[in-house]
Design a protein around this ligand. Sequence first.
Ligand SMILES: NC(=O)C1=CN([C@@H]2O[C@H](COP(=O)(O)OP(=O)(O)OC[C@H]3O[C@@H](n4cnc5c(N)ncnc54)[C@H](OP(=O)(O)O)[C@@H]3O)[C@@H](O)[C@H]2O)C=CC1
Ligand SMILES: CC(=O)N[C@@H](CCC(=O)OP(=O)(O)O)C(=O)O
Length: 313
Amino acid sequence: MIQEPIVFIDGEAGTTGLGIRERLMSLPVRIHSVDPTRRKDPEARAEAMAASDLVVLCLPDEASREAVGMIDRIAAGGGRAPKILDASTAFRTAPGWVYGFPELTADQPEAIMQAERVSNPGCYPTGAVALLRPLVDAGIVPADMAISINAVSGYTGGGRTMIEAQERDGGPPFLLYGLNLSHKHVPEIREHARLTRRPLFVPSVGHFPRGMIVSVPLHLDQLSRRVTGADLRGILEERYVASAFVSVCEAEPVLTADALAGSDRMELRVHEDAHHHHVVLTARLDNLGKGASGAAIQNIALMLGVSPGKAPL
Ligand SMILES: NC(=O)C1=CN([C@@H]2O[C@H](COP(=O)(O)OP(=O)(O)OC[C@H]3O[C@@H](n4cnc5c(N)ncnc54)[C@H](OP(=O)(O)O)[C@@H]3O)[C@@H](O)[C@H]2O)C=CC1
Ligand SMILES: CC(=O)N[C@@H](CCC(=O)OP(=O)(O)O)C(=O)O
């Protein structure tokens, strides 16, 4: 009998870890857990890593870097190092890591399959890169164009600390943050959308648990060629036509941010005022779905060569 691959989730009790654990039930894998009382014990975690085929890191950035160091030491000691999928921000632009957005290009699924180390995309970059990269690749959005990105997330995006604060206090209904304009996702968006000019990114949080809209306003008369909203939509449709997770939808006058809560899919739209040559591109997703745990399951399936056997949530 063929043995099921073994997966260890470091940070299994956190928001992203729990979402991945739940979704792993749909894959033919065995989950290796450590005793909850030892979940932060380096010795117990190193043992679990050495016994696994794939380690999923659902930790804060610094703890992720330490965990990768532990796996490096397993390899240096002559052990068989497991593959790594990292959910943190630590390695999303790091050399030697493959970016875990399978829809990025036609070659990306194969690159993820072959990789030893994959970084799971950030929730906001998932929407921004999905909208911008095909248009940059097509030469329609110039790589050095001044791009602004606005986004709103559900409060689970801030992990346990923000969830507890929002649920204890009733939370502020809406707040802009990252107003020092150096949010940790900017380098990731810039690199994977292939922009040469740093985009301006303004995130926000609303008092709802799950959901996200990322929006990118464009003045069509500033693009490289004369194009219409229908042209932009055509390029996005061509890129995502085969994807079970990403779809291009009809524009709507109103979008609610939490409509895809509980789903691992993402919806893209092109909203146009043709008379004024204005377009707003939007991506709607669940920050914990395609923005985190749902994307992780896509990557785990590719990295282990297993199939979910059912359609995405
Ligand atoms: N929430 C989201 O929407 C998304 C989050 N991510 C990324 O996933 C990672 C985890 O985020 P999230 O799940 O939201 O955060 P949480 O705070 O909900 O979970 C993090 C977990 O890691 C545990 N932990 C912290 N330090 C260590 C350590 N040294 N050893 C073992 N366990 C440790 C925490 O335990 P304790 O609580 O006891 O400290 C907690 O269980 C982050 O890097 C984040 O950027 C990715 C995509 C989206
Ligand atoms: C609402 C909120 O606080 N969101 C987080 C982003 C989510 C996250 O930390 O995880 P990823 O990097 O994997 O997306 C933030 O802005 O720092």
